[in-house]
Ligand binder design. Structure first.
Ligand SMILES: Nc1ncnc2c1ncn2[C@@H]1O[C@H](COP(=O)(O)OP(=O)(O)OP(=O)(O)O)[C@@H](O)[C@H]1O
Length: 252
């Protein structure tokens, strides 16, 4: 893989006396899908917050294309193309799927917020939304009201709303959470179809999804990196197995 698009160097975040993220070095190369895993409380959410800008590191740095972005807030990082799906996606339940995607496209286009009545007349936005939904295999949902979607379909819509903004890096925080078996399979297929076209960091407890999707697996435990490698290497790593001991719901 080429140079990192997103990188951390010795990044640390402390809460009280606890190093939630402890001197972590991490790289994400363009087009890669890296899964960040670890037992409960390992620091995964804190780490994503440090990447998205929701939290600032106490020490160390976050770099985007070699530029130090450690002090930039969420909106400035979003403008650079670092997109966390749920931050983009406040789904409007009374609007259709297509209208929600068109609104996300409009927000990204940099217009100040306008109500849907105005946006609805903008054919280019509607076309863009339709094209995005068709590309994602969601065209059959386009005219459904968002409120009527299943939980799994709403998660797909959130990701579609992030993707229409053409993110440079997509941060997916537990997209499988709360999905039934069939919905989980659909989500795995959906994310698999994004591979190579988008650069993705996936935080996920669902190991079936992680090992089906990841190019590389990055393991945190007690805030620190314990492994970073190919899925099969990580699965066989004794340090990883040790980190997961006692975490009954998270068998590797
Ligand atoms: N705002 C906060 N204030 C104090 N402690 C926090 C805060 N956020 C996280 N922590 C602590 O930091 C540690 C890491 O938490 P974090 O939520 O990042 O882990 P996680 O790997 O995402 O866990 P899970 O898999 O359970 O979501 C935990 O011990 C948690 O209690």
């Amino acid at each position: 893989m080429g140079e990192a698009i997103l990188q951390t160097a010795g990044v640390t975040k402390t809460f009280g006396g606890l190093n939630a993220v402890d001197a972590v070095d991490f790289t994400l190369a363009p087009g890669e899908l890296v899964a960040v895993i670890g037992p409960n409380g390992a620091g995964k959410t804190t780490f994503v917050n440090l990447l998205s800008g929701a939290l600032r590191p106490d020490t160390g740095a976050v770099m985007f294309e070699g530029r130090d972005i450690s002090r930039l807030p969420v909106h400035a990082r979003a403008r650079l193309g670092i997109t966390r799906s749920f931050q983009i996606a406040s789904i409007f339940p009374g609007l259709t799927v297509m209208e929600n995607v068109a609104l996300a496209a409009q927000a990204h286009a940099g217009h100040s917020f306008r109500f849907w009545g105005e946006v609805a007349h903008e054919a280019p936005l509607r076309r863009k939304a339709h094209a995005q939904l068709a590309e994602l295999g969601l065209a059959d949902c386009a005219d459904r009201q968002a409120a009527q979607l299943s939980h799994g379909e709403k998660r797909l819509l959130e990701i579609a709303m992030a993707l229409v903004t053409a993110p440079r890096v997509l941060l997916l925080d537990e997209p499988m959470a709360g999905l039934g078996i069939a919905e989980a399979r659909r989500m795995i297929d959906f994310i698999a179809a994004l591979k190579g076209r988008f650069t993705i960091l996936l935080v996920e407890h669902d190991m079936e999804a992680v090992f089906a999707l990841a190019d590389r697996v990055f393991v945190l435990a007690s805030g620190a990196r314990v492994a970073d490698g190919l899925p099969d290497e990580v699965r066989a790593d004794a340090r990883v197995q040790l980190a997961y001991l006692g975490a009954e719901d998270e068998d590797l």
